[in-house]
Write a protein of this length. Structure first.
Length: 349
């Protein structure tokens, strides 16, 4: 590129400077004069031209410029990605603290308000549902016990203890069988014996005893039914009281759950932001090692078919001849004019 001349040697002797820096600056200046880059109109295609005394050197220079341009773009993109990744990593620490604090607030609020949940549902709601089911079951048992007790009371009041099917027990069944068999015997005796026959009188006395025994058994069953009725009523009242208390707890927990959902939404949103930034930081960190530029070389430099300067020898000869002819004519005209003017000057003298 730059060959030192005698003038350069004199400058170096008069004012010594950094020779290497001067050479590099001169080479860069010479290179800039021999390089042309222009963009095709209405496109993103850039055409690069390099002039040199040797075709191989021109090709080497053009390839080096393209490679340097690609390396510069890659380094610029990597540095930009590095700055973004650094800023994201600095932001990640703050986001991580925000997520931790938000989740801690959720757990503290849940613990302070006793909001225990199973499978996404509050324990108080589950307990209230179970108590309501138990209240319904207890109400059915109470209705059954009340109906049975009232039927037994009506049968006792009407004197139908012997025939009422509501009185069910093993002893009552045995007494009824004995009573029915005795009734058949009394009926047969009435057809055979007189009203005052000792066997008929004894049978009737035994029937009275069986009737009294059935009444006693019915009263015992009635007392047992009354106990069942009272017990079912107390159990139902207790279940209703628990259900009412738990219902108030459910209302309180539901109000607290509204605030809990707000805290959970805040925690989820902060966690989502943190995860997004974390994934983005990892992607950008990976991009630093990957060439993501969208620059590609359409075609590499090719050696020219002919030199661009100077022109061919024949053209130089023709041009030289024409130029020599023009200079000769001009010189002859100038010499003739000078002689003519000089001759006139002598005549006048």
């Amino acid at each position: 590129f730059v060959r030192p001349t005698l003038l350069d040697w004199l400058k170096a002797l008069i004012a010594p400077r950094d020779a290497e820096a001067d050479k590099e600056l001169a080479a860069m200046r010479a290179l800039s004069e021999r390089v042309e880059a222009r963009r095709e109109e209405r496109s993103f295609v850039v055409i690069l031209k390099v002039w040199s005394e040797e075709p191989a050197k021109a090709i080497a220079l053009s390839d080096a410029i393209v490679e340097a341009f690609e390396a510069e773009l890659f380094q610029s993109a990597a540095e930009s990605a590095g700055r973004v990744a650094q800023n994201l990593n600095a932001r990640l620490d703050e986001l991580r603290r925000n997520v931790t604090e938000a989740e801690k607030r959720v757990e503290d609020f849940r613990r302070d308000n006793g909001l225990q949940s199973t499978n996404g549902e509050l324990v108080s709601n589950q307990l209230s549902s179970e108590l309501n089911t138990q209240v319904l079951d207890g109400q059915q048992r109470f209705i059954q016990a009340e109906t049975r007790y009232r039927q037994m009371s009506a049968a006792v009041a009407e004197g139908q203890t012997a025939s009422a099917s509501v009185f069910e027990s093993a002893n009552m069944t045995n007494l009824r069988q004995q009573y029915n068999a005795l009734q058949q015997q009394i009926g047969s005796m009435q057809l055979t014996y007189g009203e005052r026959h000792p066997r008929l009188v004894a049978a009737r006395s035994e029937r009275t005893t069986l009737e009294a025994a059935m009444k006693d058994e019915a009263r015992r069953i009635l007392e047992r039914a009354k106990g069942d009725f009272d017990r079912e009523q107390k159990a139902l009242d207790a279940l209703r009281g628990k259900a009412d208390d738990e219902k108030s707890n459910v209302f309180t927990d539901n109000q607290a759950q509204v605030q809990l959902r707000d805290l959970e939404r805040d925690a989820r949103s902060k966690a989502a932001i943190y995860e997004t930034h974390l994934a983005r930081a990892q992607q950008i960190t990976e991009r630093q090692q990957i060439d993501t530029t969208n620059i590609r070389v359409i075609s590499r430099a090719l050696p020219p078919n002919a030199r661009s300067w100077p022109p061919r020898t024949l053209i130089l000869l023709i041009g030289g001849a024409l130029l020599g002819l023009a200079i000769g004519i001009a010189a002859a005209l100038a010499l003739g004019l000078w002689k003519f003017l000089r001759g006139k000057t002598h005549v006048a003298a």
